[in-house]
Design a protein around this ligand. Structure first.
Ligand code: ADP
Length: 688
């Protein structure tokens, strides 16, 4: 029993020892395990810290949730996004957090909703989430949700990752907007390299040039250049490479169909972020229509300008402020101003408007009582026609005008007046001359007619039947006056025809000596009858003229010289070649330069511009008073009123002579000493 007990003890001790050893071993192992575990925890903690540091440093949002959606871990960006940095979020669901951050309630609840979607999908899901921030900005996140499951299929957790793509979205939006602008633009927008290779070509370019993108891509932009401008595009590319843009440059380009098209180009360099020029953007606007309109307008403007410039009447536009806004060259010419001097100046520069001037005193008093017609047009829109007004010249003088002032009406409103005027100085002078002429002519014609009538009436009455001598005298008077009447009528008609250019002068090369001899021969019988010597010294030279009319001139001068010389005196007809003297040329106001159109020279003839012919008809007669030396060349002008009766003249001879000489581009004048005689000079151009 004891043995048994001892044996039992020994067995127990052994068993205890074994157990002890076992325990020690287990304790050792546990310690090792604990140590390992501690090291593992330490490593885990270190890794976790590193991971947290890492995810906190990330700009993206990161959040780990457990299988029930409770937040386990979230990074700084996530907390900042929902303004919950100060909140202990651990173990809270989106709903609970939404209660703590009411502003982001919707956003957080949306998260919950999209988590559910990811769970249901059981795989990675991705979507955009829009979150409105407290400061009013809107953030767009590209959010990825990765649901995690246990092996048995139960939910383990969910990883939420999100990236702020707000800027990217904005850029995309802006790019899309730009792209749609480019695409919808009617202008051609072309992108090409610095060497001119086209890489982009919008629909506007297709419309303008007729090429599609595929047809032009990779080709040189020089394909748009017209052959006449080969250097234009290379020059533009060189400018762009140098960083110089081109704005609104108008040129001509070539379309696919070969037609030329007017375009306005705006060419800019395309730069990279380092400001290096890497390409060219060309905006081309089709300006063909505009150019055509401009061209038509220019043509119209040119036509109007031509019409206004060539208008003989003065045209003046007056605005509502009585300022001259337009004048044509004729208006400037008539008034002696330049167009520049008149435009923008007051109408009173030219239009009579109550100005006082001594010369205009009579007109002023008469006019001051009436309103200015142009003013009436401006105020009442009435067309005023004025036939007897005066306009001012720059030098202070004035001239008679006839004018019409017409209102300019735009959309029912008077905005100005057009004054169209004519200088009627010449017309008034002609009218005056005509009146004078008619009164002189009627007087000149009536006088011989009255004599003829008187003589014939006396004869008819039979009172002179018993006095045949007186009857014959009456007949002589009637015949003499009839002759005079015939002469008068002929001279008047001759002069009128000469003045109105109705006389056809058949011009040819004439030998001056022949003209002189013929005239002298014609006058010889009269000279002999009156006992006057006629001395002729002809000159052998040629001129271009009408022989008949020149002989008529010489005979008239010879006839006068004979008429006003007493018996026994001599009349000389001489001629010489004379160097052309400017003073002589100036003597006649009516001298015209060059050769008159109806006396075009024969092709073989040439005018001698150095010498002229001077024909002189000299007498030793009664002479002409100095104050009459010029007037005798006028119509019906005689030194003495009795000349017509006594000498049988009409007072028209010298006027006819002057007219003939002038039509030969020559001059006629006289020099005389009273009581000693006169010399009449005829200067005419000669031929080489
Ligand atoms: P008329 O037929 O009267 O001669 P003219 O026109 O030829 O007309 O001459 C105009 C006037 O000039 C003459 O009436 C005369 O008074 C004057 N007159 C012209 N020639 C001479 C002259 N050689 N000597 C003096 N007076 C002259």
């Amino acid at each position: 029993m004891i043995k048994d007990t001892t044996e039992n003890k020994t067995d127990l001790i052994a068993s205890l020892k074994a157990t002890n050893a076992q325990l020690k071993m287990e304790i050792g192992e546990r310690k090792r395990a604990e140590k390992a575990l501690q090291e593992l925890v330490k490593t885990y903690q270190e890794t976790s810290l590193k991971l947290r540091t890492l995810i906190n440093a990330m700009p993206d949002i990161v959040c780990f949730k457990d299988g029930t959606g409770k937040w386990l871990e979230a990074n700084k960006s996530m907390l900042e996004l929902f303004d919950i940095e100060k909140l202990d979020y651990h173990g809270k669901s989106d709903g609970e957090l939404a209660e703590s951050s009411p502003f982001y309630q919707d956003a957080l609840l949306n998260c919950q909703y999209s988590d559910r979607e990811a769970w249901n999908k059981r795989s990675l899901s991705r979507g955009e989430e829009v979150i409105q921030k407290k400061d009013g900005t809107v953030k767009i996140y590209d959010v990825i949700k990765v649901p995690l499951f246990y092996e048995d299929g139960k939910r383990n957790g969910i990883v939420v990752l999100g990236r702020d793509i707000t800027e990217q979205k904005q850029t995309e939006k802006a790019m899309m907007r730009l792209a749609s602008i480019v695409e919808s633009s009617n202008d051609a927008i072309i992108g090409n390299t610095l060497t001119g290779i086209i890489h982009s070509w919008n629909s506007g370019a297709e419309k303008i040039y007729g090429y599609s993108l595929t047809e032009v891509k990779g080709r040189s932009i020089s394909m748009l250049a017209v052959p006449e401008r080969p250097n234009e595009i290379p020059q533009i590319l060189a400018n762009i490479t140098a960083g110089i843009g081109i704005d609104n440059y108008e040129t001509v380009h070539l379309r696919k169909d070969g037609k030329h098209i007017d375009v306005a180009l705006t060419i800019s360099p395309i730069k990279d972020t380092q400001d290096n020029v890497i390409g060219v953007s060309t905006i081309a606007r089709d300006i063909s229509d505009r150019k055509q309109v401009e061209q038509s307008l220019e043509q119209l403007r040119h036509q109007h300008q031509l019409i206004l410039d060539s208008a003989g009447e003065g045209i003046c536009v007056i605005d509502m402020f009585r300022k001259i806004s337009f004048v044509n060259p004729a208006a400037a010419r008539m008034t002696g101003y330049t167009i520049k001097e008149l435009v923008n100046n007051d109408w009173s520069f030219i239009i009579y408007g109550g100005k006082t001037n001594k010369k205009l005193d009579i007109i002023s008093t008469q006019k001051n009582t009436q309103p200015c017609p142009v003013k009436t047009t401006l105020e009442k829109g009435i067309v005023c026609q004025v036939t007897d007004d005066f306009f001012w010249r720059r030098d202070g003088s004035f001239f008679p005008v006839e004018y019409v002032s017409t209102p300019i009406v735009e959309q029912g409103k008077i905005i100005g007046a057009v004054v169209t005027f004519k200088d009627i100085t010449d017309r008034l002078a002609i009218e005056q001359m005509k009146d004078e002429f008619i009164s002189v002519v009627s007087h000149e014609l009536r006088t011989p007619l009255a004599s003829i009538h008187g003589a014939l009436a006396l004869l008819k009455s039979g009172l002179l039947n018993q006095a045949p001598e007186r009857g014959r005298r009456m007949l002589d008077i009637a015949v003499a006056n009839t002759d005079r009447l015939v002469r008068l009528v002929n001279d008047i008609l001759d002069l009128e025809r000469l003045h109105s250019n109705q006389v056809t002068m058949v011009k040819q090369t004439c030998n001056v000596s022949e003209l002189m001899m013929q005239a002298a021969n014609e006058m010889q019988p009269i000279a002999e009858k009156t006992g006057v010597n006629l001395s002729v010294t002809p000159i052998d030279t040629k001129l271009w003229g009408c022989a008949d009319k020149l002989i008529q001139t010489l005979t008239n001068l010879l006839s006068n010289a004979i008429k006003y010389s007493s018996t026994g005196k001599t009349v000389w007809l001489t001629a010489s070649k004379q160097q052309i003297n400017q003073n002589q040329a100036d003597r006649s106001n009516n001298l015209t330069s060059g050769i008159h159109s109806d006396c075009a020279l024969a092709p073989t003839c040439r005018i001698n511009y150095d010498y002229q012919l001077l024909i002189m008809v000299k007498d030793r007669g009664r002479g002409i008073p100095a104050d009459k030396i010029e007037s005798i060349f006028g119509r019906f002008q005689q030194v003495d009123a009795s000349d017509s009766r006594q000498k049988g003249g009409t007072g028209l001879g010298l006027a006819i002579c002057r007219s003939i000489v002038q039509q030969h581009e020559g001059q006629i004048w006289a020099e005389s000493t009273l009581g000693k005689g006169s010399t009449f000079f005829v200067a005419l151009p000669i031929l080489d």
